[in-house]
Design a protein around this ligand. Sequence first.
Ligand SMILES: CC(C)(COP(=O)(O)OP(=O)(O)OC[C@H]1O[C@@H](n2cnc3c(N)ncnc32)[C@H](O)[C@@H]1OP(=O)(O)O)[C@@H](O)C(=O)NCCC(=O)NCCS
Length: 186
Amino acid sequence: METQSHQTAAGAAPVFAERSGGDLDFSAPVAEDGPSVHALIAACPPLDQNSVYANLLQCTHFAATCVAVKREGRLVGWVSGYIPPQEPDVLFVWQVAVAAEGRGLGLAKRMIRAILDRDVAAGVRRIKTTITPDNDASWGLFRSLASGLEAPISDAPWFCKGVHFPAGHETEHLVEIGPFAARRAR
Ligand SMILES: CC(C)(COP(=O)(O)OP(=O)(O)OC[C@H]1O[C@@H](n2cnc3c(N)ncnc32)[C@H](O)[C@@H]1OP(=O)(O)O)[C@@H](O)C(=O)NCCC(=O)NCCS
């Protein structure tokens, strides 16, 4: 996968373009992607809906650690993530969404690997995310990712039903993958 990084016209934030070959276009999002991200998340239960405003912040302030995948201009895949200020060696994966027709083809895994391949992730040695116990697809994705990175995976309850979530939301387990090799060795 070819990866390029360059500055925006304003010179403020890095922008990345990753061409996957074929008809899929991997890139860092821009503000104009916000509404499409919102619509894709809405079509991907059990993901929580955030406000369009939150999606716009992901597409701008956090663009360097998010990826949007388009096919013929239509958003078919999305990963939001960030590097927590207190943990510069961690990529926290917030949400992963693949349009129903694109599932089972390895797209989710490729999107996360695309972020890890960027310069911004050069210091990343661990991935963290949260998963509810019943989300088989998400467990499958992160276990497969850990296996590909040849890294251990562990989890423990973090945001708990009835304690942190008022009602109707399952406990989110904090999942950690790593440590894994530096980017050049992966
Ligand atoms: C979870 C999701 C992003 C996976 O996308 P995907 O592109 O189909 O995933 P991939 O093809 O990259 O699969 C990666 C691994 O997960 C496994 N997997 C995918 N879907 C699975 C399922 N429903 N049950 C069990 N394992 C599953 C695959 O077998 C694969 O493992 P392998 O590499 O060992 O074969 C997609 O199903 C989705 O958008 N679901 C709704 C939203 C959601 O739950 N997001 C995750 C929470 S952040």
